[in-house]
Ligand binder design. Structure first.
Ligand SMILES: [Zn+2]
Length: 330
């Protein structure tokens, strides 16, 4: 009976969440989290509870997606009309629709004055590149501000934030707020000067240093497949680890096969950084171990090469040993 009362109570809370305009951000954030956690717990009780809980979880996701669609359509309309004096009316609509984006993603448009056109444009454009949660678990992780790589509040982000006096996510301090990642073959496609370009994704609350840029290479003359690390300035810890991983991985049977597989999955019409008679090269931004996504396929070194986390770490250690040996022999 107590459990049944809890079910009914939960459903009341859902109804409240659906009419959330009146709730302040903190209360709404806490309520959605409580609802997701409560229903996940209820799924274990019995078949009937499972069915009810799944229904409620789906309702939350549907409601979330509708609110985001609403925001995106207002945002797009404003984008076309930002220089129009009447656009101010749309801006009011935008602020109203921005309640869920604020709660889930820390998108704060209130601090920007109507005249600050460039800032508004920039924020909305950045926000379009966000990764949307694919499940209630991912939504809960966002609400808890969990890093997709650490699985908890990112200590690197916390450290960076200590140095930032005024935190303005989606506008400034991007690298210490969201990681720019690029899946090797999935994502939003944009037409840029007649080129079909794959756009990167911003992963909120995840530190930039978890992700690094890699090149997938197909040498057409020798039919070899390989991967390279792209470093523009000083190497981060994971970039260094990936370079060691490559040293130990390059002669393994799974190495070329896995890269070949990614080439097969990628649409050949997509823009490549290099495409000539000698080779095809495209870039991606990936992380080392599987991120906490409901669809982690090919976002990480671990997934691309079909390894376990322990395999990845062992390969890095082996690469490091090979590197040391070579140094001693030199
Ligand atoms: Zn992290």
């Amino acid at each position: 009976m107590a459990a049944m009362a809890e079910v009914l109570e939960n459903q009341d809370l859902v109804k409240l969440i659906m009419r959330a305009c009146a709730m302040d951000e903190q209360t709404l954030r806490g309520s959605i989290l409580q609802e997701i956690r409560g229903n996940k717990g209820m799924r274990q009780v019995n078949k009937l509870f499972n069915r009810i809980a799944v229904g409620v979880l789906n309702m939350i996701m549907t409601h979330f997606r509708e609110r985001m669609d609403e925001f995106d359509s207002v945002s797009t309309a404003l984008h076309y009309a930002l220089h129009d004096p009447d656009a101010l009316a749309n801006r009011t609509k935008l602020l109203e629709a921005a309640h869920w984006p604020l709660v889930v993603y820390d998108l704060s448009l209130r601090g920007i004055k109507p005249g600050e056109v460039a800032d508004t444009y920039f924020m909305l454009d950045q926000f379009k590149r966000r990764r949307n949660p694919q499940s209630c678990d991912e939504l809960a992780d966002l609400l808890e501000r969990k890093c997709a790589c650490c699985g908890k509040v990112c200590s690197w982000i916390a450290k960076d934030r200590e140095k930032i006096p005024v935190y303005r996510p989606w506008l400034e301090h991007r690298t210490s707020f969201a990681a720019y990642a690029m899946h090797p073959y999935l994502g939003r496609r944009v037409l840029f000067e007649n080129l079909d370009v794959l756009q990167g994704t911003l992963i909120p609350f995840t530190h930039q240093d978890h992700f690094f840029e890699v090149a997938f290479v197909h040498e057409l003359e020798t039919s070899e497949f390989s991967m390279r690390l792209h470093v523009y300035s000083q190497m981060t810890g994971d970039e260094l680890r990936f370079s060691r991983f490559l040293i130990a991985a390059c002669d393994k049977p799974w190495y070329e096969e896995s890269i070949k597989r990614v080439f097969r999955l990628r649409d050949a019409n997509l823009f490549c950084e290099e495409r000539n008679r000698r080779r095809v090269v495209f870039l991606a931004g990936i992380c080392m171990l599987n991120p906490i996504f409901s669809d982690p396929t090919d976002w990480s070194v671990q997934s691309i090469f079909g390894l376990t986390g322990a395999d990845v770490m062992a390969t890095i250690r082996r690469g490091s040993a090979i590197q040391r040996e070579r140094r001693l022999l030199a």
